[in-house]
Write a protein that binds this ligand. Structure first.
Ligand code: ADP
Ligand code: ASP
Ligand code: MG
Length: 447
């Protein structure tokens, strides 16, 4: 209250913030502040510094990022343990905005001055016209900005039509919050990569034909979907550099008649490395990440299968996304051995897993699996025509269905998001309105 503030006005731990503003007059807040404000109060410009964080409504100003907000608040001396009192003319428009933004950032001691400046004046509180100085605060912010992880499988990056629909979906979602997009190889490419390596191993010249067909398919895709000439040329350069390497590897296999697991893993990684580059170019402003830098596997006792080192991976994912770009693009499936640095992968269908790992590490709102079916179904619709979509099922039920062969989701995917209670939605990437029936997986109370 005004009385409390008057009594505690000299408390060093209190930061008073003048939030007056007027939509019609940009200078109003500044002028009012200069004319007289509560002693010691700092000013924030609601219109420019704290504008339209309500993302649903769009807004006229670009949204301040969490980092920008942190800066603004630290500059006026707000630390984690500061008591922040915001005020305006009692209309609450500005003061409550500051209050809820601080709450949203996880700050605990934010209050709005009851009755605003008038109430304070009435009590004879001290007014000043000085430009108040402040010591820089130290504000550690615990929350992540809202974000989603969207995974697009080979079925959604297979054709020109589907990849354009992917672009539309991603750009639409990115208007609402940050998105991390995980993509698989172009549909069917993973199989081709593996088959071609077998041909090369057998010394069958046909490997070259198959290889050229893959090059051709990627080239055609780029030619059709990337219209900007500079973008296209740059993309061709990076894609061709990858194909160059891949060809050399195949040639090695062909000459030496040897295909080690290590070589196989190297070969199969090209599918996602290529597709992710293409999609990153297609979606303007997307930032490409090499998932091998943060998805880390190990071999227990140096033998057996590659398994995820979740602790290390979690830490690295958080570091890589300490600041989440509006749109991030990540190749699914591929990883690196934490000891030897060789390229590994998470197993067939593993892009779902990549997406789940990232969603869990970053506390995503939701993990969306975009594919070619209308959600999680009672059975494989390719086999059982009467299969229908299950609207809601628990993680445990989903895990059972997956273990019994529901290949719509790669089984290990469910665990990391289940632990964090992040819902998984399975959506159909190119139903006409992009508003497919979804299936959520919540932890259903077992009692
Ligand atoms: P993506 O390339 O998008 O990862 P997948 O082919 O791996 O796609 O998975 C989607 C396919 O999973 C569907 O086309 C469907 O045939 C199959 N499927 C198997 N079981 C189920 C199920 N219970 N519900 C939905 N789809 C299923
Ligand atoms: N491209 C890989 C595969 O076909 C991974 C994936 O699609 O999830 O298995
Ligand atoms: Mg899949």
């Amino acid at each position: 209250s005004a009385k409390w503030l008057k009594d505690n006005i000299n408390d060093k731990n209190i930061v008073i913030v003048d939030c007056r503003f007027n939509l019609m007059d940009k200078e109003y807040g500044k002028k009012s502040y200069e004319k007289g404000h509560i002693k010691g109060a700092k000013r924030v410009d609601i219109e420019t510094e704290l504008s339209s964080i309500v993302k649903k409504h769009g807004g006229r100003h670009p949204l301040p990022s969490v980092k920008e907000l942190k800066n603004t608040f630290e500059n006026i001396g707000i630390s984690n343990d500061s008591v922040v009192i915001s005020y305006d003319e009692g209309d609450l428009a500005g003061a409550s905005r500051l209050w809820w933004i601080l709450k949203y950032l996880g700050h605990e001691k934010a209050y709005v001055l009851d009755g605003g400046l008038e109430a304070f004046k009435e009590l004879g509180g001290e007014i000043s016209t000085e430009n108040e100085k402040s010591n820089k605060g130290k504000l550690d912010i615990s929350i992540q900005e809202h974000m989603k992880v969207l995974k697009f499988g080979g079925t959604s990056v297979g054709s020109v039509k589907s990849i354009l629909s992917l672009k539309r979906i991603v750009e639409n979602e990115a208007k609402k919050q940050s998105v991390v997009v995980v993509v698989s190889a172009l549909g069917g490419i993973t199989d081709k990569l593996l088959q071609t390596s077998q041909l090369a191993l057998k010394g069958d010249e046909q490997w070259k034909v198959e290889f050229e067909a893959m090059v051709d398919r990627h080239h055609k895709m780029i030619d059709t979907i990337i219209t900007d000439t500079t973008d296209r040329e740059n993309l061709f350069k990076s894609v061709d550099a990858l194909f160059e390497q891949l060809k050399s590897i195949y040639f090695g296999v062909y000459l030496i008649h040897d295909l080690s697991e290590k070589t196989q893993d190297a070969i199969v990684s090209y599918g996602e490395r290529l597709s992710s580059k293409i999609v990153a170019t297609l979606i303007r402003g997307a930032k490409w990440f090499d998932s091998r830098n943060f998805i880390k596997t190990e071999r227990k006792n140096g033998k057996g299968k590659h398994v995820l080192d979740s602790e290390l991976t979690n830490k690295l994912v958080k570091e890589a996304f300490a600041e989440i770009p509006r749109i991030s693009l990540v190749p699914g499936f591929i990883s690196r051995d934490k000891n030897t640095d060789r390229t590994t992968n998470l197993g067939r269908g593993g892009s779902d897993y990549t997406a789940a790992i990232i969603a869990a590490a970053l506390d995503a709102e939701v993990l969306e699996i975009w594919t070619d079916v209308d959600g999680f179904m009672t059975a494989d619709p390719r086999v059982i025509k009467s299969a229908y979509t299950i609207n809601e099922l628990s993680y445990v039920e989903a895990m059972e269905l997956c273990n019994f062969g529901a290949k719509v989701i790669y089984p290990p995917t469910i665990y990391p998001v289940c632990v964090k209670n992040i819902p998984i939605k399975v959506k159909k990437a190119f139903s006409p309105n992009d508003m497919p029936s979804a299936c959520m997986m919540k932890t259903i109370d077992s009692t």
